[in-house]
Ligand binder design. Structure first.
Ligand SMILES: [Fe+2]
Ligand SMILES: [Fe+2]
Length: 491
């Protein structure tokens, strides 16, 4: 059944010629391997581990301890990884989240089952609060020669980055991880190259166009491969997500939705826009960093990037995004801080495009560029120190290619009515069944439908006297209450 489905998908995919390279199934997995870390919950006290094992393994587990010998280790049973598709048949994929860990502590762990366990590996949990840490950014990987050449070369870049910066807290990757999203060989080769570093520090990615070449427009093997936070709008798990580390908020958004491959309606795109705004409006972090594949300011003509900009740039401007980390166009490119379509050193957002693989473009529109580097695989180290953020770009030998220091942008915040409106739109603008309008949110208000619904389901109560106070800036504690009440209502 799986093979027939695979063959049908493959034939159709080839007919519409999304995929240039021949498809080949990867070797079956025979032992626990390809271990990757991420967080799906609090970085100070949890760790999420994802790996593959032989198809015959029904119950995988993680054993972990502060002692490398793993004597008296705690064992946590794995679950099957979420989003597993029929395409992923080279092995069993497991995930487990360790909880109740101590902050700022090094743990040793091993994954497997029965007598088959990986060699102990270590990670260190985050401090409970921190405003002093660094993380890694990596642009497109892909394949330009062969999977056997490109992925190991990329793995060496990742290992060089980690060796030079052993304190890195986590890594962000900008999509186009593989060349052919349907080729399990590419995913296997990527994971083999990634595991040496990213079984030690969490790895987060966004999906690019090269992951998404399925008929559904969904990046199916990307979804199989990773375990990312599950706070996305319904139907977009792991394509959209966010997490906090110290005083930074990282928002990951799938800009490839604007290509049209998923055939989303305007209403669906509006709900995604509202979720993006809601996520940023709900964060008090000093630093707000967006990771996405297609640049909102393309440096080659790109209609998808222009659409992403039309949908999202005003939201990013309003809610204090400091930095956009992007890929897609295969150069290292740092633009001047931009507002709308023009440089703005007072309040612009910086866009940095990385390129960690071997595929290079030899031209770019440099109109708004501050630094452009061609034909060099690069990685970026971002270092937060309170209200300062520095970005350094390096080549594999550790030569510094670029340097930037940033101050945080201000969030203009949402009003009380705007915030409820974002929540309401992000879940598809449900119609209230009955209920009473607040006296200060009349039917003529653009927020009338949102507030009527929110009050009718108990998500908001108002300030007394049948009033809501729609135009005041929303306070952080009220954001927490509203989201908690919505959580209770919807669960
Ligand atoms: Fe790319
Ligand atoms: Fe791309």
């Amino acid at each position: 059944m799986k093979k027939k489905l695979l063959a049908a998908l493959l034939a159709l995919t080839l007919i519409i010629s999304f995929v240039p390279s021949a498809f080949a199934a990867s070797e079956p997995v025979s032992a626990p391997s390809r271990v990757m870390l991420s967080w799906t919950a609090e970085p100070a006290t949890t760790m999420t581990i994802t790996w593959v094992d032989a198809d015959t393994v029904a119950a995988g587990a993680v054993r972990y301890s502060t002692d490398k010998s793993l004597t008296d280790a705690t064992e946590v049973k794995a679950t099957a990884a979420p989003n597993k598709s029929a395409m992923d048949e080279d092995g069993a994929r497991f995930t487990a989240t360790l909880t109740g860990l101590s902050p700022a502590t090094t743990y040793w762990y091993s994954v497997g089952s029965g007598d088959n366990w990986t060699a102990p590996q270590s990670f260190t949990t985050a401090e409970t609060t921190t405003d002093n840490f660094s993380f890694l950014f990596l642009g497109d990987i892909q394949v330009t020669q062969s999977a056997a050449v490109d992925f190991p070369a990329w793995g060496k870049l990742a290992e060089a980055a980690y060796a030079k910066n052993p304190g890195l807290a986590f890594a962000l990757q900008a999509g186009d991880i593989v060349e052919s999203g349907i080729d399990t060989n590419h995913w296997a080769a990527f994971l083999d190259a990634a595991t040496p570093v990213f079984s030690k520090i969490p790895f987060f990615a966004t999906n690019g166009n090269h992951e998404s070449n399925f008929l559904s427009g969904k990046p199916e093997l990307y979804l199989d491969t990773f375990t990312f936070p599950l706070n996305a709008p319904k139907g977009f798990a792991e394509e959209f997500y966010s997490f906090d580390y110290g005083n930074a908020h990282v928002l990951v958004v799938n800009s490839w939705v604007f290509s049209g491959e998923q055939k989303l309606t305007e209403a669906q795109l509006d709900a995604l826009d509202a979720w993006v705004a809601l996520d940023l409006a709900a964060s008090n972090a000093t630093w707000k960093i967006v990771l996405t594949h297609v640049p909102l300011y393309p440096i080659h003509s790109d209609t998808t990037g222009v659409k992403a900009r039309e949908h999202w740039i005003d939201i990013f401007q309003q809610y204090g995004v400091d930095l956009m980390l992007v890929g897609h166009q295969h150069v290292y490119s740092r633009l001047k801080p931009m507002t709308g379509g023009a440089p703005d050193y007072e309040d612009g957002i910086v866009q940095i495009m990385g390129n960690s693989g071997l595929k290079f473009y030899d031209s770019a529109d440099e109109t708004y560029a501050e630094r452009t580097i061609y034909n060099v695989s690069n990685y970026e180290v971002l270092s937060v120190d309170g209200n300062s953020l520095t970005v350094q770009a390096f080549d594999i030998d550790g030569n510094e290619l670029d340097y930037l220091a940033l101050s945080p942008r201000e969030s203009r915040g949402a009003t009380r009515a705007e915030f409820v409106d974002l929540l309401w739109r992000s879940i598809g603008s449900p119609t209230a069944t009955g209920g009473e309008a607040f006296s200060d949110v009349p039917a003529s208000s653009p927020y009338a439908a949102a507030l009527l619904w929110a009050r009718s389901v108990g998500v908001v109560n108002g300030i007394g006297g049948n009033r809501f106070d729609p135009d005041s800036k929303i306070l952080p504690e009220h954001i927490v209450w509203i989201l908690e009440r919505y959580e209770n209502y919807s669960s």
